[in-house]
Design a protein. Sequence first.
Length: 364
Amino acid sequence: MLQLLLFKRVSLLLALGTFLLTACDPKEDATPTGKYENGVLISHEGTFPNGVGTVSYFNRATKSVENDIFQAVNGRPLGNLVQSLSIHNGKAYVVVNNGGKVEVADAKDFTSVGVINGLAQPRYFLGINEGKAYVTQWGADGLTGSVAVVDLATNSVTRTIPTGRGPERLLNVQGTVYVVCGGGYGVDNRVTVIDAGSDAVITNITVGDSPNSIQLDAGYNVWVSCGGRKVFGNPAQNTAGSLVRISTGSSIHLPANQVQLTLPFPDVNGAPEEMTINKARNTLFYTFGGKVYRQDVNSNTLNPTPVINRSFYGLAIDPADDVLYAADAGDYTSSGKVIRYNWFTGAPLDSVQVGIIPAEFIFR
């Protein structure tokens, strides 16, 4: 078990929902017309440490999967390791962590249209507007965190914005970008807040140790899952994970960028991760201690009852039908699976075989 935990941690170290893409990016294509536009894209890291990452396409109607679509279309691999995938302005942006790049493809057919180079351990991509995007990166030392500002017309980095250590996922809330900083090769406990108009840092919000996921609820509150500090070989130094709610200032009664609620976990050895949210944005889902839990965003206590009695490498809910997609990485060296669940009951619906270490989902 310790070996598996170590692998999971290292893989994360090296390697917003669809609502945010549509709500915050009015330029997104409204009418799917291409081969890969009416379904689900799945990114896979590839074998650690020297494998090649891939992207698969799942057809909701036929329940069929086409694996490694970038290689099939372009005759070359994406590279090592694929960390994440985003769609913006009709293009797919595939973040290749160890390759220090973002591969850019036409989202309709996955034909390569460019590459963003010059990145240092990039993690996640967020389109800001038609001409600009942000990419989180750990820096060459894994400790010098920053957001790279990308000119999408030239696919070049124009500047960097300093953040906490190990910046991960980003969330755009009406022009304010929240960046969770998990620590990289160290430990951090901050959410860096950036004005997307000026690219200036507004503030850094202190949350729990090792924040890893971020979501926006129906009340325009930001939720952050924090894994807690985990000191392998010395569990006495571990700190508890937590769910943290942050106000965005949408209510005159709640000042912006302040922690409003912290829900700590009783077991310091577990880590809440892979937090996602349902279509109505009133229920969170996350993995913890080898199980999946759901959490009402209006509750001030943690729900102690799991909805699924197993853990996964990635979770996401399809806003088209509220189906929960769960990534099963298996043995981390061979093909994984995606299992689909009824989000409310936790009952499995079906499963499909996909690539090696499935992790991220994009719903189209």
